[in-house]
Design a binder for this molecule. Sequence first.
Ligand code: IPM
Ligand code: MN
Length: 370
Amino acid sequence: MEKKIAVILGDGIGPEVTNQSIKVLNAIGKRFGHVFHYSYGIMGADAIDKTGNPLPDETIETCLQSDAILFGAIGHPKYDNDPTAKVRPEQGLLKLRKELQLFANIRPINTYHALQHLSPLKSKQLKGIDFVIFRELTGGIYFGKKELSEDQTRASDDCVYTKAEIERVSHLAFQYAQKRKKKLTLVDKANVLETSRLWRRVVQEIAAQYSDVVVDYMFVDNAAMQIILNPAQFDVVLTENMFGDIISDEASVLSGSLGLLPSASVGNKTALFEPIHGSYPQAAGKDIANPLGSVLSAAMMLDYFQLAEEAKAIRDAVAWTLSHGFVSKDIDPINNYATTAIGDLITDHIERNKGDRRSNNASLNQSTII
Ligand code: IPM
Ligand code: MN
């Protein structure tokens, strides 16, 4: 198989972690006989520094002409504490999501036995955690009208959803649930918000087409609590843009490190794959960042290409590094390995296992994204 991959290294640790994924993808190409062609685009603070624009048109063009996008991270501290900044790195990512209509953001949450001691939860609660958050990504308060009064004493952000926007992401989430444990939880604030009541009505309507999926509804404040108290109850969690942003960061700590978690954003055009962590500027250039969030995002990309065996080879290699203590500083502050060393170990593991085709049945919940 030949695939064109647009690479956006981005800010902070983005380049370092993404470069490990490229090594890993090349090892997969070598072992399984695929060719990946990379074209590079810029976005975020990197693009502002180079062009004044957080998302140059050429980057959008490169993405549109590719089969998938591998993205590193976005953000720089010089913008974070400056509320007056007119141009911000994050605008690049938000614009890219909108331009490519990446309306569904998929964040799988699971745990690794070797990392249980890092989780803030007791091991009893960690049993059976395996859920996926489907976050609507191109609507809601993120993209509503924003206003600041002339005298700068009043501000507003509109939260708007249309039935069509809710339907398209909900169908994906239901179809995903059908391939998993057949449970879908809609997280909203329907006791207060009109948009949430629309979500509930539309999801109830759609549920009739997926009679094999059990649906439940949960207010977001309760969901925030349930993710800590009893995370094993969840299978597919469907929610709107901002609630999804918040609860996915919350859920990410269950695994023990934010640095481990991958994500996929899919829609009508090219899909994008990125770790859920930020640009972690304090670690940039030091070769200490955890590359696994990016490497596992590359595995999600392979799933998306319907290369389940290849994706599994990456996940097996990652699990092998974790269980042998080949981990980065966020996981073990004393005995740790460099970003590049972990990338090399995963690459070697994939190449070394060449020809071992015994384990070619990827488990159902990891086999396809959509
Ligand atoms: C994320 C990030 C972004 C978001 C930021 C960088 C705009 O936090 O992908 O979750 O809020 O969506
Ligand atoms: Mn976020």
